[in-house]
Design a protein around this ligand. Sequence first.
Ligand code: GDP
Length: 152
Amino acid sequence: MIKPDGVHRQLIGEIITRFEQRGLKIVASKFVHLSRERAEEHYQEHTQKDFFDDLVEFITSGPVMAMVLEGADATRQVRSMVGETDPAESAPGTIRGDFGLDLGRNVIHASDHEDPGANEQEIDLFFDSDELIEYDRIDSEWLYEWLRVCLI
Ligand code: GDP
């Protein structure tokens, strides 16, 4: 999910291009202004943190671009492209390392690959099942060794 700072800074295209070029497949996307209720549910693990109110205030302050990306081990691959939570700790080349300076303005959210089921939960929070589109990328056989082996 590209956060309101990423949207206002016109980084949507740049960020989506990175995911497309990596080989990830966009299977759903939605430009949405989150309600306070949905934002609180999304960040419920942080309810007790002192930054919770600021976080909810920020994420509901403008539109976000939510999307579902599919690919081999997609959650882990996306997290590695996103970088660390704090942009200051994020390597150049990562999204937060290239576009962020501040922990509270770190441009993008991505599901936690170390929390099994988090990605499914977040997809359910943002999308109905009929909003996930099934299709094949035309370059799939060039992205996956196993697929090319099957086709030969
Ligand atoms: P993420 O999965 O890397 O986004 O990190 P978390 O789930 O731990 O935190 C959610 C979001 O809360 C982060 O992306 C930050 O924008 C924000 N956040 C986390 N820790 C802090 C903090 O200590 N202070 C502030 N102001 N924001 C924080």
